[in-house]
Design a protein around this ligand. Structure first.
Ligand code: ADP
Ligand code: MG
Length: 857
């Protein structure tokens, strides 16, 4: 086939064969062109016109995009799940003797995409790599644009636990691309088929780090890798992949952060979703989430950092206290908050410049933005050091503001330099005399020629002497025939025309060469200065990164202080032991998003004696809201945030679990009873005494008796075995009898006021239980018409008189210590008019049995 191709197409095919899975962007003049199948795919995906390129024997399908807007098209292809290999000209076309040499200079994949115009600035773009066997897993992830790099490993006793750990980590990190070995890929692809994640398979050779990639890493990272040899195999996968796709230095990758999941409070995906920590349940976006409520950060870096804090609440009391101390100081210093925010507002996303710094690609505009941002950071540091905030002062005292580099940038670059380097000047006047002269020569060339012309006119007294220019001769002095006699000796004849003679002088020649070459020289000189500047910035990469990191944390702390002030939050007290005491707690999201409605605060007490609260009450009373609020307050405290309450004493909790019953699950979808039970089983397996467990209407997705029995047994297991702090909302009123059996159980309900036929929700949690669901009343509130409501009441009356007996008798037998009073009460409820003969006989049998029980006791 290659014989039928032109040399250029031959080159194309050769390169394309090395990148069968990627779309090859082949640079041709001012375009990136695609051919053959790639052209068909891309023209369809991007709606581009498909054309044909003539070739020896047959035309080839082709489409293209202008190179200067290629990033837009690349970002669209990435979004649609393609990878793009960028093939550039790697020699100057002017200098090339034959076909211009071309090479793939970069492969863009979802997890390595770095274009700042298209990346979401509030979110990290993570590439994750996974290596696992039956019991061991190694996970790493990195944001190539910021240089963050994390790794962890863990051993499990069952494959099931291992896979559920992997899913939890994937949900936590939310990568846009996952790297896998082929042997793991089938299983994992199935696990994440519902998620919008790009999967890349790599060969086993990626398990060992390639030597040419090793040398592009920082010394620190090399040392770290040596220390961990073989321990974190996923790390090698990741680094190899980054090196191979980016084809440039990875020196901006920061030190590897080896983390253990145990260092953070455990939050599974379900819990995160139900508590709306990052996304609102209804919106699926940040709107309506805790993240939205807490986020008054001013920089993109701060916003990304806050998200990480919310996703990974701390487990270490000392570290939480450190954060709280800082928030508290800021909270009490409103003026300082204002001053800091005023500066933060003007700080750019310098964290995401780090890969450009390491690859010497940072543009003059970005360099200036870096310098401007650092001058704001310097101000922030100054303001804090001038304040009386002891903890904060300590926090920022080591922040390096690289003053001399910033000064140098400011004296080197003009105040508004361009992003794209063309033939414009971006180096300040006065910075370099040679450069100034070169630019002067080129920009003022015309004026200098005029000056010379005037000077020559005066010297020779030739009134109509002119200096002219044409492409062949360049500059020359034009003298009409009548004045030739006046021409001085130093004029050198260049050309004779009919009416005039053309001359040049040594001075004109010098000026000419200065003018014509000066522009090119000026631009070259300018590039040289820029290169030196980039080199210096590169040497400061580590410092720039760590300062950016610190300042993003200052942004988060300031945001938390700000929000605490605006919403009247208090500092939670971290206590020892295992208990929870909240006075007048509120739900931060409900409170913030429905400002018209007065939120009714409620108390919570869970301790080692009474750790199981059973909450009954009508639909819409506020049970779910109450339980979520307790969970969110606990999580906020672990983040290091103040909390919506009058007072909160909270011991360290290892995990928060929530299970929202199938029928109550707003997100809906796949929440069948099976899924519900799987999740409960997961909770029962992993919860400990210092976990907080929220069960909302568990057991509802099946028949009443089934559901009640399961709910009862689960409760018992938690009370007797696990002893987690538990809030359980249920419509099974029968469960309230648990408190008769177990001292650890407290019954709670939500006060409702019955006004005639109608109910009014008071939203106040009180001790006790509600024996009624008020389902019909709620239906009425919702607008169900009067005849239906009346009929429902009739049916309910009928039903209750029949069923209650059975349910009560059952629970009598199995769990409750029988006592005479309730026995008599049950018998008195039997409705002789409706009971069938067979039921009556059964019942009689039970009564006799029960009576003899009571007699025995
Ligand atoms: P339940 O779980 O008992 O059916 P929800 O917790 O879903 O009830 O609450 C029903 C409605 O009441 C929600 O729209 C919520 O905004 C509102 N609500 C709940 N608790 C409060 C409260 N303490 N103060 C004000 N409004 C509340
Ligand atoms: Mg509810």
């Amino acid at each position: 086939m290659s014989n039928s191709l032109t040399p250029m197409m031959e080159q194309y095919v050769k390169i394309k064969n090395q990148y069968p899975d990627e779309i090859l962007f082949y640079r041709l003049g001012d375009f990136y062109e695609m051919f053959f199948d790639d052209a068909l795919k891309v023209s369809k995906a991007l709606g581009l016109t498909l054309t044909r390129r003539s070739n020896k024997t047959q035309d080839i399908p082709m489409c293209g995009v202008p190179y200067h807007v290629s990033e837009t098209y690349i970002s669209k292809l990435i979004e649609q799940g393609f990878k793009v290999a960028i093939c550039d000209q790697v020699e100057d076309p002017k200098l090339a003797k034959n076909l211009v040499k071309r090479e793939v200079t970069r492969i863009v994949t979802p997890g390595t995409f770095t274009d700042l115009n298209y990346l979401n600035s509030n979110e990290n773009n993570y590439l994750m790599s996974l290596v696992y066997s039956d019991y061991n897993v190694s996970i790493s992830y990195s944001d190539y644009s910021t240089g963050e790099l994390f790794t962890t490993k863990k051993t499990f006793i069952s494959k099931e636990d291992l896979l559920s750990f992997i899913i939890d980590e994937i949900d936590k990190v939310n990568p846009s691309e996952i790297l896998l070995l082929s042997k793991n890929s089938k299983e994992l692809k199935k696990l994440i088929r519902n998620k919008d994640i790009f999967v890349s398979e790599v060969e086993d050779s990626y398990l060992k780090i390639h030597s040419d990639i090793l040398i592009t890493l920082s010394d620190n990272m090399n040392a770290q890798l040596k220390k961990y040899t073989g321990e974190y195999s996923s790390l090698n996968l990741l680094l190899n992949y980054l090196g191979i796709t980016q084809k440039s230095s990875l020196v901006h990758l920061k030190d590897i952060i080896v983390y253990k999941v145990e260092e953070y409070m455990g939050l599974d995906e379900h819990t995160k979703r139900n508590l709306e920590l990052i996304h609102g349940l209804i919106t699926g976006t940040k709107k309506g989430s805790l993240f939205q409520v807490l986020d008054s950060t001013k920089t993109a870096m701060g916003s990304r950092e806050l998200k990480k804090w919310i996703e990974k609440p701390l487990f270490d009391k000392g570290k939480i206290a450190d954060r709280l101390n800082l928030v508290e100081e800021l909270k009490e210093n409103l003026i300082l908050i204002d001053k800091i925010n005023g500066q933060l507002n003007q700080i750019n996303d310098i964290e995401r410049l780090s890969f450009k710094i390491s690859n010497f690609q940072i543009s003059p505009k970005e360099i200036k933005a870096l310098a401007n941002s650092f001058s704001k950071i310097k101000e922030i540091k100054k303001e804090i050091l001038n304040s009386n905030c002891i903890h904060l002062k300590n926090y920022v005292k080591n922040v390096c503001t690289i003053d001399s580099l910033i000064d140098e940038i400011n004296t080197t670059l003009i105040s508004d330099p361009p992003h794209i380097i063309d033939d414009k000047r971006f180096i300040r006047i006065g910075f370099d005399t040679e450069l100034d002269e070169l630019f002067n020569a080129s920009e003022n060339g015309q004026r200098l020629i005029l000056d010379l012309e005037n000077k020559e006119k005066e010297r020779t007294s030739i009134k109509n002497l002119k200096i002219k220019y044409n492409k062949i001769l360049g500059y020359f002095i034009d003298v009409t025939k009548s004045f030739v006699g006046k021409v001085p000796d130093d004029y050198i004849r260049k050309q004779t025309l009919v009416g005039s003679e053309r001359y040049y002088t040594v001075e004109l020649k010098e000026l000419e060469s200065k003018i014509s070459g000066s522009k090119e020289l000026a631009l070259r000189k300018q590039q040289e200065i820029l290169k030196k500047l980039r080199d210096k910035i590169y040497l400061n990469l580590r410092t720039i990164q760590s300062t950016a990191q610190k300042i993003s944390k200052v942004d988060v702390l300031t945001s938390l202080a700000n929000v605490a002030n605006e919403n009247n939050y208090v500092r939670p007290k971290l206590i020892d032991g295992s208990s929870l005491e909240i006075k007048s707690g509120r739900h931060p999201i409900v409170e913030a998003l429905n400002k018209e409605v007065m939120f009714v605060p409620n108390d919570t007490t869970l301790n080692e004696e009474k750790f199981f609260n059973l909450i009954t009450g009508p639909n819409m009373a506020g049970k779910s809201t109450y339980m979520r609020q307790v969970a969110i307050i606990v999580i906020m405290a672990h983040i290091g945030s103040f909390v919506p309450a009058d007072e909160a004493k909270i011991s360290i909790m290892d995990r928060v679990f929530t299970r929202i019953g199938a029928s109550d699950n707003l997100a809906g979808g796949d929440s069948t009873f099976m899924v519900e039970m799987k999740e409960v089983s997961n909770i029962l397996k992993h919860a400990k005494s210092n976990s907080l467990v929220i069960l909302d209407e568990v057991g509802r997705g099946t028949s009443t008796f089934d559901g009640l029995s399961i709910a009862w047994a689960i409760s018992e297991y938690i009370i007797k075995k696990i002893k987690s702090k538990t809030l359980f909302a249920t419509h099974y009123h029968e469960l309230t009898e648990l408190s008769n059996v177990y001292d650890e159980v407290e019954n709670l309900t939500i006060a409702v006021d019955k006004q005639g036929e109608d109910i009014v929700f008071l939203r106040k949690i009180i001790n006790g239980f509600s024996s009624k669901s008020y389902g019909i009343e709620v239906a009425k509130l919702a607008g169900i018409n009067e005849p239906i409501v009346e009929r429902a009441k009739e049916i309910l009356d009928l039903h209750e008189s029949k069923e209650n007996v059975q349910i009560k008798m059952e629970s009598f037998n199995e769990v409750v210590n029988p006592n005479y009073d309730s026995f008599v009460k049950e018998i008195s409820k039997i409705d002789i008019n409706t009971i069938s003969p067979l039921e009556a006989l059964n019942l009689l049998g039970k009564i006799v049995e029960k009576a003899s029980d009571i007699n025995d006791n």
